[in-house]
Structure formats: structure tokens, C-alpha cells
Design a protein. Sequence first.
Length: 199
Amino acid sequence: MPVLRTVHPSPFGRKVEIAAAVLGLGAVVTVRKADTNDPADSLREENPLGKIPTLILDDGSTLFDSRVILEWLDQRAGGGRILPTEPEARFAALRLQALADGLLDAALLCLYEVRMRPETERSPGWVERQQGKIDRTLAHLEAAVPPLAPVTVGTIALACALGYLDIRFEGKWRAAHPRLVAWLDGFATIVPAFAATAG
């Protein structure tokens, strides 16, 4: 049985857990907590980058990052389920996933700047650049909210990105983006795994 190494509230690990549930593979993947800060954790042997999520397959080989794992899950479920095969739909899903992952990357960099650096070493300009990426992405998505169906790698990634902003940034994005708030509510309704992976 494949083992997913992750930790809550990793939005990238959450993407994998939601995808597995959507594809009916939730019972096929065992989740095992990883500690990216512990040099004794086997994660560094399973993934030389020491990053989560990492999926350990039955033969002991590993897959990372979340985008690769989602593609593997889709293939395991028969293909074309969350990663469309028709080119236009496929690249729309991949583009949305890239946008949402980029939003997450910027949010994580903002968070790490505060958490990992002493106050005297922080760069307000760096945080401002990352916040600009977040703000532009949210404005872009508010103006062109993606369809809720079908559920794809893109919509899963977007839901996890918005959920992460709720968890780590107190949902401050919500006030200026009512259409995205409604979209996320709709996603949570059609994908129960979103709420199930929140904690």
C-alpha cells in the first residue's frame, strides 16, 4: 500500500489527500506524518530534497512533488479523471494548478520570512514582492473564477491554496474576493474531502 509522507496543514500534502479521495483511492494510500526539520526522519532518505509530500510506492520507489503524485494517482484510477486528456481542458487544468501552486509558494515565502528569520534580518521588500504575487493572483481569479466542475488538478490546487490562506493568514483574502469565497464554498460542497482534510 502506498505511503504518503506529509504533515498537516501542508497545502501540497492536502492536494494529494483530496485527489486520492476524489479518485476513490483514499483507502489505498496510508498517510504517515513526516518531520522536515528532523534529520533523523527517514524522509531525507525517501526524498533527497527532504520535502513533503513524498509518496512511497509498494516497490519502495518514491514520487514527489504533489504535481507528480497527482498524475500518478490519476493514472492509478484509470487516467483522465482529474487530469483531462483532451488538450484544451488538460492545459486549462495544468495552468490553474500552476497558478495556485505559485500563489502557495509566495504565501509560504511570506510566512517563512517571518518564522525563520530574526526580525533584524527580514526583508520587507521581499515580503512585498511575494504579497504582490498573491494579490495579483487573487485579483485575476476573482475576475475569472474557474468552473467548479469537473474537479481537476487545478481546482484541487486552488481550493488548497485558498484554504491555506484561511489557515495561515486568517482568511484576510476573503473580504475583497466574494466570488472566490463563493467558489470555495461550492468546492467544499461537492468535494467532502476538503473539509475532511482541514485539520
